[in-house]
Design a protein around this ligand. Sequence first.
Ligand SMILES: [Zn+2]
Length: 280
Amino acid sequence: MTIENMITVDVEDWYHICGVRDIIPEHMWPNFETRIHQNISRLLHILGKSDVRATFFALGYIAKKFPEVIRKIKQNGHEIATHGYSHRRVYTMTPETFREDLKRSVDIISSVTGEPVRGFRAPEWSIRDDSLWALDILLEEGFTYDSSKAPLHFIGNPDYPKIPHQLTLQHGKIWEIPPLVGSTPFANLPIAGGWGLRVFPYRFIHSAIRRWNDQGHPALIYFHPREFDPEVPHIRLPLVKRFVLGAKLVGTEKRLNRLLKDFRFSSVISVLETINARKV
Ligand SMILES: [Zn+2]
């Protein structure tokens, strides 16, 4: 049996960057050049060529400002989930503001798609030990799955499970879909997306997915539209941020094409349906 892996995309523009609110405050967003249309079109074209359906975690801000982008993604047969409204890391919010931000995003996204929103991805994988309360809120708000806990040092916790699993909370269960990590004796490496997916040798990423699939587990990969845009506008950012955002952008498309050629992919919700069907 060939395992279906998951391609996911955080639908945000190039200036939606965590941890730099002093440099790019939210009130400045409308002043920036918009590049989301062309970058999403590029991604849809690449996925379409391989006839792959993915999950797009849409930022509520984008759905409100550019509903045509969300409609186009949906018309191409992809799953639309949410990335929150205003791109704030979960652990910087109170439970009340998180719920407000979440519901605001769900209202706008479902009004555009006409369908319920079943999955959530926090900006910068920001459901971690000090914000696990967010999972209870997701469950209360009717979500089927979360994809916000990274089994990685610094961002999340290397002890978090690495495979899709069901979390048992006080009032029920919710699926957690972590990003693929590369296991080494020293640390788990961030190879599922962002700079890690662009910079680590392809054979390392390939063998990590192969190993996962051989054990019967699907791997989760993620992209940002700005990673398909070597012409992305420059802005003065701290050195680490510049590396994380800018390293090897010219190779992103090639890397996605190789993954699509070498493995099978689908949306998160479709993979969960397969897992659930197998259990019955
Ligand atoms: Zn994001």
